[in-house]
Write a protein that binds this ligand. Sequence first.
Ligand SMILES: NC(=O)c1ccc[n+]([C@@H]2O[C@H](COP(=O)([O-])OP(=O)(O)OC[C@H]3O[C@@H](n4cnc5c(N)ncnc54)[C@H](O)[C@@H]3O)[C@@H](O)[C@H]2O)c1
Ligand SMILES: [Zn+2]
Ligand SMILES: [Zn+2]
Length: 356
Amino acid sequence: MKALVWDGKEATVRNDVEVRDLRGNEVRVRIAAAGLCHSDVSVLNGTIMFPPPVVLGHEGAGEVVAVGDAVTNVKVGDHVALSTLGNCGTCAACDSGKPTFCRQSLGKLGRPFSIADQKVFQFANLGVFCEETVVKATQAVPIPKDLPLTSAALIGCGVLTGVGAVFNRAKVTHGESVVVIGVGGIGLNVIQGAALSDAEPIIAIDTNPAKEAVARAFGATHFICPGPDDDIVEAVKELRPNGVNHVFECVGSTSLIRAATDMLDWGGNLIMLGVPKMGSEASFVVNTMYNDKTIMGCRYGSSRPQYDVPLMVQLYRAGRLKLDELVSATYPIEDFGKALDELHEGKLARGVLTFD
Ligand SMILES: NC(=O)c1ccc[n+]([C@@H]2O[C@H](COP(=O)([O-])OP(=O)(O)OC[C@H]3O[C@@H](n4cnc5c(N)ncnc54)[C@H](O)[C@@H]3O)[C@@H](O)[C@H]2O)c1
Ligand SMILES: [Zn+2]
Ligand SMILES: [Zn+2]
């Protein structure tokens, strides 16, 4: 079958990739659409270290084509949005509603794919840049069939990460002030999560001026477009002299993480969503944090996919959550290079790859 494989040097679409047979608690999914998240790009440029060869892609949706004997939550023919967690569903973390803490959910490098005799990894427990993948049943969340799969694909990373960070991690509430640094697929979902939580103001910051319109469409009340010599802390303090309640860093830059700490009001939270190069260290002035300020890591919006995906679908169907508007362009998988270029050119909220 067709799949996009990163071999450590090049990402190429190949036609000779196989996926192994199902195990009892697994589901085989025919991928219809898959979003291009910056974390995929980070594998290509070495920011995220992942062993090659690997089928990339970790934000997708499609149709269930086979289920293992032990699977009860989905059946053949169901449409599903996919979660990257790969959590076990039975440990104390899973059972207490914290599947992102499940030790099975990170670092288990599965190799369900193969090219001839060589086994091939699946990125982030998924590998959705391919026609068919095999995932654990806990990763497949049924969705209604009338939901466009190109939109549903984005729930599995961008939406759960961004909206989840607001709802589950920062727990933003009415009238609280929010800064969002980086208006990509993640930042836009933070903005719309903040708008759903009645935050005010919602200040978006991006170095690309073209992001202003989309930031405002998703609920930003202010947009700051800093030039190379501009101080974003000063720009935020002009709007909020005491700083803000929540700053979400959605780029993955240690200097932005530092700047974010300087934007916090007393009692404020910095939520780190961006992923800098492995091993990076960030600094902050310790006594500026004295007034009950908090630095939070946040993986995957601290989501519980079997709960949060249906919640996102419910909000979408009520006209309150934007999914279709996140899809800037669709590309057949063969045009992966074009999608990558357009992401780098800053043209995309999300680019979505599709499969015949
Ligand atoms: N924590 C998680 O679970 C999680 C999940 C998914 C993605 N991520 C990470 O989130 C980050 C964002 O991903 P994305 O898919 O939204 O990326 P993206 O490429 O779609 O968007 C990044 C945005 O940041 C802007 N930007 C770049 N440099 C900037 C600067 N100095 N100041 C302000 N804006 C700047 C770009 O113009 C762009 O709009 C990545 O680091 C990705 O790896 C984390
Ligand atoms: Zn992602
Ligand atoms: Zn578990």
